[in-house]
Ligand binder design. Structure first.
Ligand code: SF4
Ligand code: SF4
Ligand code: SF4
Length: 251
């Protein structure tokens, strides 16, 4: 019997699910070994019996928590898809601002019509078995994760920094090209795609364990960035992780 798989989205742009559709077009053989029972972006059927749940998006509302817990109760394996689900992602940028002013900015005088609270990754609500990082996810990494799950292995992600991958590709470092990059503190696994194509890494795969934030801050300062510019760079994807490390809470 094929394992049943379901896809769910919370606050996100759905770009990671689109990448899944794209991956399935490149790897149609995956559809021979799994049965997708729920995938709103790609099909109308909606089965509630599944063993593997992929969750995209951040938890941004108290009512999301109940839905996320229900998925956890049903699924044997829960895997997050992309930076929004893995890190809180760009949704967590708003956590730096008082919640009331964010609500007012977005909804104006209708702010009380909509529930919301500080954005958080799925792992802040339930136990997550594996994470597929990135914004969006990497096609190869998704296909590999499915293969590993079918083999009864947990998909693993690199614990080392992007610079290692980047050096293996023999890229000239962005810092030597007059640009900046978060590669030294960012988890590898994307094949250093941004530096390879001439852009500095923005950290979408999340921080490595024990990142040296002071050291990257000094390096960015030496390249002429102001503290405000450095903070903006380091909080595009990493707000939730950084706030947690620094003990900052949302008001
Ligand atoms: S991680 Fe990026 S691509 Fe994926 S849902 Fe979030 S914003 Fe979209
Ligand atoms: S370009 Fe970025 S990822 Fe590559 S070596 Fe330099 S700092 Fe590291
Ligand atoms: S290089 Fe950095 S920003 Fe670009 S995809 Fe990889 S982790 Fe994300």
């Amino acid at each position: 019997m094929k394992p049943k798989v379901a896809f769910f989205e919370f606050t996100s742009c759905e770009g990671c699910q689109l990448t899944v559709v794209d991956t399935l077009q490149h790897h149609p053989e995956l559809l021979d070994v799994i049965e997708i029972v729920q995938f709103r972006e790609a099909m109308t059927e909606r089965g509630e019996d599944y063993q593997i749940a992929f969750i995209e998006g951040s938890c941004t509302r108290p009512s999301d928590e109940e839905k996320i817990r229900k998925i956890r109760t049903q699924a044997t394996y829960v895997v997050t898809l992309g930076a929004c689900a893995h890190l809180g992602g760009i949704n967590a940028i708003r956590n730096w601002q008082p919640l009331e002013s964010v609500r007012e900015y977005v909804y104006g005088d209708k702010k009380d019509w909509f529930e919301t609270y500080p954005a958080r990754p799925i792992s802040a609500v339930i136990k997550v078995d594996a994470e597929i990082p990135g914004c969006p996810i990497d096609r190869k990494e998704f296909a590999m994760a499915v293969t590993h799950l079918l083999q009864g292995r947990m998909p693993a992600i690199p614990e080392y920094p992007l610079c290692i991958e980047c050096k293996l590709k023999e890229n000239v470092c962005m810092f030597l090209r007059g640009k900046t990059c978060l590669g030294p503190i960012t988890r590898a696994g994307c094949d250093a795609i941004c530096p390879t194509y001439g852009d500095g890494c923005e950290g979408c795969r999340g921080l490595i364990p024990s990142p040296n934030l002071n050291s990257i801050r000094s390096a960015l300062r030496e390249r002429g960035m102001s503290d405000a510019e450095i903070d903006a760079k380091m909080t595009m994807f990493l707000s939730y992780q950084k706030m947690k490390m620094e003990g900052v809470t949302t008001t």
